[in-house]
Write a protein that binds this ligand. Sequence first.
Ligand code: FPP
Length: 236
Amino acid sequence: MQDLPEIVPTHIAVIMDGNGRWARSRGLPRLAGHRAGTENLRRVIEACVEFGVKYLTIYAFSTENWDRPEDEVSGLMRIFEAVFDRELAELHRQGAQLRHLGRMEGISPSMQQKIREGIEITKDNDQLILNVAFNYGGRDEIVYAIQTMLSDGVSPDEVTPELVDDYLFTAGIPDPDLVIRTSGEKRISNFLIWQSAYAEWVFPETLWPDFGREELLNAIREFSQRERRFGLVNRN
Ligand code: FPP
């Protein structure tokens, strides 16, 4: 494909920020921004399949997002359920495999059911692994990993970075190479705090509902120009 850099990240993770500001700038309610953000997600998934990205992780709802006003939380949940109903068949057709990162406890039973169904239906797909971080927090994930290790009777000398990897929600998934946060905000916000230790970050100014194929391509270009050293020195 024209203009696609030779090095495409295997795993891209995205903090989809700016839905609220996108809506406000148009005089619309915040939920209209979340709806537009959801529409946009479809475009970005299609572009990832086109570019050969193997893993896409999206930050859909954090453990902190429950503290937003109640009508925004309930509106977001309605949007998520509708998206599952509407988009699952298309995701499956594209060969995407759905995975969930986060705690199931706390999610409504009907949403839990949809997530489980989505995972089951798409489990043999391998075109794109789509990890949806939903009711997810990076610190919570590490706490959960420690709790599970302790209840499994893991002894202190057995604890290694590789073992910790195996206890995270992302077990078996390679670390993200590139993390994108849209809307110009430059914070990690409790997203993949263990897994993004060596990731490259880009912070486009574009608000999430406007972040399309071209913007994704630009982020991949920026990534491909960076020199990743993983804490080592440049040998050239
Ligand atoms: C951040 O924008 C966005 C969210 C908290 C929700 C993101 C969710 C989607 C785009 C839908 C994804 C759908 C599925 C089914 C996974 P913000 O509200 O913080 O924007 P602001 O900073 O401009 O207020």
